[in-house]
Ligand binder design. Structure first.
Ligand code: SF4
Length: 236
């Protein structure tokens, strides 16, 4: 990455600072496969280098920075990094699987972190276990996710939810959960158009003609799908 000092033409930047993760989602794309071999064998920069990146991004004129991974809350200096970004005047955001958002961590993030994005693909414990969206300690359930969303909002964070649609969860309707959790944004990944847009709304599901996808985290046995009901839900 070269930052020349000229003002950047976009306002926001994502910093994937930490490859290690405590989940093993079978569809994960954040393998860092190319850079781990040579540039980042540990899957992350040193704290000094990571802080320099944040300062350079701020100096280059970015207005918002999103810290992502892997799981960025595994990074021992993530609080320092977010605090530095805030000191530079940046709007700050964090993308997390939500498993490490303890009361103490939320307290540390209050006042320096604006947005929290958590991943909610399913409310079904069996589906979450099958897709790898679990940790040994995480009680993956609707109650857990709803409680987490409400705690985030109570602590003053702006809430965004990410959902990855695969053949493991494409019949699941998250409407009631989303209404209860009240995120400001809900991003659904891999929702693709299915041809005629008037019929698309009523298609129960559409699977793109792709072959199964290999991930360094294991063979990926599902094809990602688009689902009309999710499209309808996002247009409410
Ligand atoms: S939570 Fe899942 S998708 Fe996100 S980085 Fe970890 S393994 Fe990948």
């Amino acid at each position: 990455m070269i930052l020349t000092g000229a003002r950047v033409p976009v306002e926001t930047v994502n910093f994937h600072l930490w490859q290690p993760c405590n989940m093993k989602c079978r569809f994960c794309f954040a393998t860092f496969r190319d850079v781990r071999r040579t540039v980042l064998p540990e899957g992350h920069l040193t704290q000094n280098d990571a802080e320099r990146v944040v300062s350079l991004l701020a100096d280059a004129g970015f207005l918002k920075i999103t810290f992502a991974g892997g799981e960025p809350l595994l990074c021992p200096w993530i609080i320092d990094l977010i605090r530095l970004a805030r000191a530079h005047g940046l709007t700050t955001a964090l993308v997390t699987n939500g498993s490490l958002l303890s009361t103490e961590t939320l307290r540390s993030l209050r006042g320096i972190l604006d947005w929290v994005t958590i991943s909610v693909d399913s409310l079904n414990s069996a589906t979450l276990a099958m897709t790898g969206r679990v940790t040994a300690a995480l009680p993956a359930s609707e109650t857990h996710y709803l409680d987490l969303c409400l705690r985030l909002k109570e602590n003053g964070f702006r809430l965004k939810i990410n959902t990855v649609v695969t053949t493991a969860n494409h019949f699941e309707d998250l409407t009631e959960f989303i209404i209860a959790a009240q995120p400001e944004r809900w991003k659904i990944f891999e929702v693709l158009p299915s041809g005629d847009r008037t019929q698309e709304r009523w298609n129960p599901c559409w699977s793109p003609p792709t072959s199964s996808h290999d991930s360094s985290r294991g063979a990926y046995p599902w094809r990602r799908t688009a689902c009309g009901s999710f499209l309808r839900t996002t247009r409410r």
